[in-house]
Design a protein around this ligand. Structure first.
Ligand code: COA
Length: 260
């Protein structure tokens, strides 16, 4: 598929999706959100893709937020619709993908940009990255899941402070908060993401998909995560990956998972 606002590249089991609006600091307009949905969907359905990495083009920004120029004149109904559509199309969609998604946060991750990074399964940042939810400085609140995912990741008090002050934190603070897992120099960012992706790829993609489902259940209202875990655990026993993984262990050899 060809895209105007993003670039999607496959290599060695990894699909790298790059948001490519550097002149607008990769701000998420409607078309970009739709293209991201399509690219994530395509990569998730591609059996060769074992890990997805998302990043921003240029050296300055991952994503500097939702495109403010698109919603500045919206009314109440349009505002609600914007958040609902965006959450369904991109943010919830990414969080619930069965393929692991790593956010390579290579600069500003603000508003919708941080919300996108938080929808990913985990985050790695470059040392120049700056993160924040500045929406209250614009007279709105985060609408792409930020009020829910930020406290899940950093705790309620820190999330409250970040949202109320609309301030930015640097990469080291984000690591200390638990918002990102690692911080490296910018030139080391993609190599580190790829190194971690290659470790993930050695394991059963089927089991990883089920683990994502079980972990996510802990954060969903009305879901008993323990029950989801039991169900997903049981299902693993019916997979070819389970047969291969346990057989390989007993035969003292490296597993070659078929991914089924
Ligand atoms: N929506 C639309 N356009 C954006 C944008 C956004 N969220 N963030 C940046 N841009 C655009 C700027 O308007 C500018 O476009 P122009 O050159 O056509 O005027 C371009 O990207 C470069 O941004 P600029 O502000 O000149 O860069 P800077 O280095 O001076 O500042 C930021 C960087 C990130 C501090 C600043 O761009 C900013 O505050 N952006 C908005 C962040 C925000 O509030 N996001 C939440 C949205 S809900």
């Amino acid at each position: 598929m060809s895209y105007e606002n993003i670039i999607s590249n496959y290599s060695n089991g990894i699909t790298t999706i790059t948001i490519n609006r550097p002149n607008k600091l990769n701000a998420l307009n409607k078309d970009t959100i739709q293209e991201l949905h399509d690219a994530f969907d395509e990569a998730n359905k591609d059996s060769e893709t074992k890990v997805i990495i998302i990043t921003g083009s240029g050296e300055k920004a991952f994503v500097a937020g939702a495109d403010i120029s698109e919603f500045a004149d919206f009314g109440v109904n349009e505002g609600g619709k914007l958040a609902a559509q965006g959450q369904a199309l991109l943010f919830d969609f990414v969080e619930n993908l069965g393929t692991p998604v790593i956010a390579a946060v290579n600069g500003f991750a603000l508003g919708g940009g941080l919300e996108l990074a938080m929808s990913c399964h985990f985050r790695i940042a470059s040392a120049n990255a700056k993160m924040g939810l500045p929406e209250t400085s614009l007279g709105v609140i985060p609408g792409y899941g930020g009020t829910q995912r930020l406290p899940q990741l950093v705790g309620k008090g820190k999330a409250m402070e970040m949202v109320m002050t609309a301030g930015m934190i640097d990469a080291d603070t984000a690591k200390a908060y638990g918002l990102v897992n690692h911080v490296v120099e910018q030139e080391e960012l993609m190599p580190l993401c790829e190194k971690i992706a290659s470790k993930i790829m050695r394991n059963s993609s089927v089991a990883i998909g089920k683990a994502i489902k079980a972990i996510n259940a802990n954060y969903k209202d009305g879901k008993d995560g323990y029950k989801v875990e039991i169900k997903q655990f049981g299902k693993c026993f019916g997979t070819e990956d389970f047969v291969e993984g346990t057989t390989a262990f007993l035969e003292k050899r490296k597993a070659e998972f078929p991914g089924r």
